[in-house]
Design a protein around this ligand. Structure first.
Ligand code: C2E
Ligand code: MG
Ligand code: MG
Length: 565
């Protein structure tokens, strides 16, 4: 009796410590202490082993797939003597079974009730603790196991003191045309490629930084400045394996990067997000390369971008966009042989040049609406000129690369031309070169379609940026517009590289049976170079700047330009 009382006192002492330790919230659980108390209680009640299982749901329990934790084990031949099962409202299940060594006397009712009490208290704790870990996982990782935006923000919040982010860089990247990988290899492979690519970046970044998924195929990352070149190199082009046979997919990304200056303080994660996202937007747009570094004016630039995008629909409806025409001139006869339609925005009494709004409209599909508006205006004017019995020349209209993905592009162009009852020969469509294979295919499709409809097509700005000879070999253009960067300067002689290239480009164009026009002709000497090389068409300030329609009509009525013949 005496002995039992002593043991009961001891039990209640141990149990009350266990109860208080397992009730603590908002602090990391003191697992070793808890385990020590459980061992003591177990040995008091002649238990040889205690095993706990945690199942997230009844299905896992049925399949026996939960996590197993052994809290106490004397490693003796044993048999189970008592099991407790605890089900939460979230349907997670925790079970605990205690064992006795085969040669121990069994527990009496009183002993069993104390063991049971201990087990229930412990189970409630384990269940809560496991659920907390799971909740954290759900909060900081997405369903594919990628660290998510909350983790990324958490990282920045943890590094919010001055100097915390010294020597670090932040990037925002997106996989180019990831949908193509899905289409070509299937979604499962796509998922594997995404995960492997992520793991490779995370491996490079290591513990000093973080890589998180914003969603889809867009990621953000903070890493040490020293490894940024290697990371960017990887992001520019990586071969990512997706099976054990060694097959791989080539993955390249658009990247916006921000080198965090020493002493930078992120008062909120947004201070970093705004910067990498602004740079990223520019990268995605494509005109500034695949990697764009953040610079200070970028955020104000973004505000300007937003303003233009907001004002556009209203401005279009109010007729603020006007079409100007720049004449194209025959270099031999001086006659006007065509015109290019160029857009101008009349805003609060000022003319906004296309460079200030076209690239912004190109970020969305707004540019397509504008281009169709320009085409429609041009068609209406040509119809009127024809009706008035005026001289009519072929007018070229610029179409942004943004249109290329539009499956209905061709139909829309034809619809506009036909609605205005304009003979196809008076319309020319100018397109610029493309940067990727996919766009190349789209471009090919569009140009061939226009050809079939007897609508002239030209490569604009040939020689600027990414020109490839492939572009003119494979796609059946009618006209090649040589960019002014090819045009020899006045003081250059005929042996300069530029002069040699110019000669060859013009000769090649003619030999391929294409019309050749040179843009940006500003001086008499340049005009002479064109003539010497049998290039028959020129466009440039030497003749006229882009003109309002009334002025252009005067040029149409004029017999020819005086080109000093
Ligand atoms: P672009 O299609 O290459 O048009 C030629 C540009 O060169 C025009 O600039 C024109 O004013 C300029 N230019 C012509 N002759 C000379 C010259 O002798 N010297 C110099 N320095 N420049 C000359 P603009 O009108 O500012 O247009 C710039 C670009 O904006 C165009 O380049 C075109 O890419 C785009 N753009 C203009 N209007 C439209 C449009 O309606 N739709 C689309 N998608 N793009 C347009
Ligand atoms: Mg053009
Ligand atoms: Mg051009």
């Amino acid at each position: 009796m005496e002995k039992n009382l002593e043991r009961d006192l001891k039990f209640f002492e141990l149990f009350s410590r266990l109860a208080s330790l397992t009730q603590i919230v908002n602090q990391p659980p003191q697992i070793p202490e808890i385990q020590k108390l459980l061992s003591e209680i177990s040995s008091m009640y002649r238990l040889s082993k205690g095993v706990t299982h945690f199942y997230r749901n009844p299905g896992e329990e049925e399949r026996g797939q939960g996590e197993t934790m052994v809290s106490y084990d004397l490693k003796l031949p044993s048999h189970p003597v008592h099991t407790v099962r605890f089900v939460t409202r979230l349907m997670s299940i925790t079970t605990m079974t205690v064992y006795q060594a085969d040669d121990e006397p069994p527990l009496d009712d009183d002993e069993l009730s104390k063991v049971d009490l201990t087990m229930r208290t412990t189970l409630a704790f384990i269940s809560r603790n496991r659920l907390q870990v799971i909740a954290e996982q759900l909060a900081f990782f997405d369903d594919m196991g990628f660290s998510n935006i909350r983790s990324f923000f958490g990282y920045i919040n943890w590094h919010s003191k001055p100097g915390d982010l010294n020597g670090m860089a932040a990037i925002n990247y997106n996989i180019r045309r990831f949908s193509l990988i899905n289409e070509e290899f299937g979604r499962d492979v796509g998922d594997t490629v995404l995960l492997n690519h992520y793991n490779m970046v995370a491996g490079m970044v290591g513990k000093d930084g973080i890589v998180s998924r914003l969603g889809g195929d867009t990621f953000v990352c903070i890493c040490k400045k020293e490894i940024l070149p290697a990371v960017l190199d990887f992001l520019t082009r990586a071969e990512v394996g997706f099976n054990s046979r060694g097959d791989n997919a080539v993955v390249s990304c658009y990247v916006g990067a921000f080198i965090i200056p020493d002493g930078f303080i992120a008062y909120s994660p947004n201070d970093i997000m705004v910067k990498i996202m602004s740079a990223f937007q520019l990268a995605k747009q494509g005109s500034s390369g695949n990697i764009v570094y953040y610079y200070d004016a970028m955020v104000t630039d973004r505000e300007h971008v937003k303003r233009v995008q907001q004002q556009f629909p209203d401005a279009l409806a109010k007729g603020e966009f006007h079409v100007f025409y720049q004449p194209k001139v025959n270099t031999v006869t001086g006659e006007i042989c065509g015109g290019e339609a160029l857009c101008r925005w009349f805003r609060h009494g000022k003319i906004v040049p296309p460079g200030d709004f076209i690239p912004i409209l190109e970020e969305t599909s707004d540019i397509c609406r504008l281009d169709f508006f320009v085409l429609d205006t041009v068609c209406r004017n040509i119809r009127r000129w024809l009706d008035e019995g005026r001289k009519v020349v072929r007018i070229s209209v610029n179409l942004s690369r943004r249109h290329m993905v539009n499956e209905r592009l061709l139909e829309t162009i034809l619809e506009i031309i036909e609605r205005n009852n304009v003979p196809h020969k008076y319309i020319e469509i100018e397109l610029t070169e493309t940067t990727t294979d996919v766009e190349f295919k789209d471009l090919q499709r569009v140009v061939c379609g226009l050809q079939e409809a007897n609508i002239c097509t030209s490569v604009d700005d040939f020689g600027m940026g990414y020109s490839s000879l492939n572009l003119i070999r494979v796609i059946p253009w009618n006209v090649l517009k040589v960019d002014r960067s090819f045009l020899p300067l006045d003081d250059e002689d005929s042996t300069s590289i530029r002069s040699i290239m110019f000669r060859h480009v013009v000769a090649m164009t003619k030999e391929m049976g294409l019309e050749c026009i040179v843009e940006g002709v500003e001086t008499e000497a340049q005009l002479r170079v064109l003539r010497d090389n049998n290039c028959e068409q020129a466009q440039g300030f030497l003749f006229d700047k882009p003109l309002p329609i009334e002025e252009f009509e005067k040029r149409l009525d004029m017999k020819k330009y005086d080109i000093g013949l």
